[in-house]
Design a protein around this ligand. Sequence first.
Ligand code: ASP
Length: 360
Amino acid sequence: MSIEVAPVRGPIAAGEEFRSGPPRIDLFALGGTIASVSKPGGAGADVGLTGEDLIGAVPALANIASVHVHSLRQVPSGDLTMADVFALADEIAQSIAKGVRGVVVTQGTDTLEEVAFVIDLLVDSDAPIVVTGAMRNASLPGADGPANVMAAVAVAASEAARGLGALVVLNDEVHAARFVRKRHATSTATFGSPLTGPLGQVVENRVRILVRPPGRLTIRLPRSRPTVKVALVPVTLDDEGDLLSSEALNSYQGAVVAAFGGGHVPRRLVSRLRSLSERVPVVIATRTFGGEMLRSTYAYPGGEMDLLAQGLIFAGAYDALHARILLQLLLMAGAGRDAIARAFDEGMTHTGHLIVEAQG
Ligand code: ASP
């Protein structure tokens, strides 16, 4: 049964408020390296710049858009919480409802793909929502923040980027939030989409979209936004499975297991996984950067055929980081085992719009 849903439910009808003049872009600043500067005396860098400072460093933005800044947080992105991200999703939905052409979010890169994916799943709109950041802080030679802000605004203001869901733009590449990963600790080319490659590029402020994902998965949360915790448990060489039966897991309502390759664990972990999955939904994802999980290749104990036969849910083509976000939001929406399995199976490749409604 459907129940009332939160303000971010969609599709969000665009308002009329900002229909004249240059395209209006709302920029939400959350902190991160893009907003960081070196402290005096070699004391290291810390978050110190506001959203106004970020756009002040790029006067050429005025040639493509009218950018309005909302400085929401000034934190390293590891300090962001899901409550912060839900508040961000609400703010974005309100901006779009007023009629902005697009939205830019600036934040730290450490959790950028996770935040972008939450927004992708919750904000049901065709308006471009672009998340960006920087790898070199504003005090360093070759700081990449200003170029990334410029490219992000160009994408947010473009017609070409409409209807693609939330996007990540850094290093002049446009990535879909559902595919993108931070792949390198320091490179300015750290963001990449291992499954698909970038959707497009920004060249001289022209937005070139070369690939369009087939469909869209949206999750409509209940207004109450129940608290749900989902653990991410890695599997390693010589793993004895202690984490899977740790008491700490008792306060979690779901778990994603970052398993080997196409969905394998050491055989001695199978019974622990089965017991955990009798209590909460357990999703098996890959600990690699992605790729479709196997179904019918390996028959040995702990192989994917065995785990599927034990009733474990497989993550399809979602990697472990994305799978954890997806499972958390699905559980918040009250999705049962079959709806969870279907979302993982079809969410990335579904043609058209797959919507998971909050269940009462
Ligand atoms: N520590 C930074 C963060 O806030 C890293 C970055 O922005 O690149 O995520």
